[in-house]
Ligand binder design. Structure first.
Ligand SMILES: [Zn+2]
Length: 235
């Protein structure tokens, strides 16, 4: 991968939805998406390059920033700072739950605007809400006590408030625990996250729900696994 124009001092790092934005003093922004299995690691330059290392940034410290992605569902792109928000990657994204714009009123309107969409699928749609993946969508619905197959446009009133709070709480907690590592995910220092120890339903089919003791169930929606408690999430 040729990362044209990337040089200068890193002057900011931000996250928007599932994208990482690394801001350079020379006016360029490196946009990265880790996909299913990608990772960005910072290692001494003498470290042997792993297979599937697609890009390397040489840092003045003597370290490399390396982008490694065995399954190649991720993405890297470079934009001038002023053009990044209007880029193909970012312009269609909905609000990030931990940034501005994700309010209960926004969520109510976005839910009501759907037609025939299950609430689980709604949560995964990055154009509606940017940043929830398959693990967190199941967790959010368990926290909000909403059945995953409910039509999104039938989620109303108190349920919207519960769903809004659950989205913010689940994502905030996951970020504070440095992410969820079930297989590949590691942070820039090569360490896994800790959030997997706190999952209530995801990947727990057949285990008792921590709230009521009923067995957690797995179903498939849109070719993705969904986990839920049939008693806590009856409707
Ligand atoms: Zn339960």
């Amino acid at each position: 991968v040729v990362l044209g124009g990337i040089r200068g001092r890193v002057c900011g790092i931000a996250r928007l939805g599932k994208y990482l934005l690394i801001d350079f003093s020379t006016g360029r922004v490196l946009l990265a998406h880790l996909g299913m299995s990608g990772r960005i690691v910072i290692v001494p330059r003498s470290t042997a390059r792993e297979p599937h290392t697609h890009a390397v940034l040489r840092l003045d410290s003597g370290d490399d920033l390396r982008y490694v992605d065995p399954r190649r569902f991720g993405a890297l792109a470079v934009y001038p700072r002023g053009a990044v928000r209007a880029s193909d990657e970012l312009r269609a994204l909905g609000p990030d739950p931990l940034g501005g714009g994700f309010t209960p009123a926004y969520l109510a309107g976005a839910l009501a605007a759907t037609r025939g969409v299950a609430v689980k699928s709604f949560l995964l749609d990055q154009r509606r809400i940017a940043g929830l993946g398959n693990i967190y969508a199941s967790e959010v619905l368990w926290v909000a006590r909403i059945a995953p197959r409910r039509r999104a446009n039938q989620v109303r009133g108190d349920e919207v408030a519960r769903l809004h709070r659950a989205v913010v709480d689940v994502l905030s907690a996951a970020v504070a625990r440095r992410g969820t590592t079930l297989r590949d995910y590691v942070d820039a220092g090569g360490e896994g996250g800790e959030n997997q120890e706190f999952l209530a339903v995801y990947d727990r089919a057949g285990e008792p729900c921590g709230e009521c003791g009923a067995r957690v169930r797995r179903i498939v929606q849109g070719a993705r696994s969904t986990f839920y408690c049939p008693r806590c999430q009856r409707r």
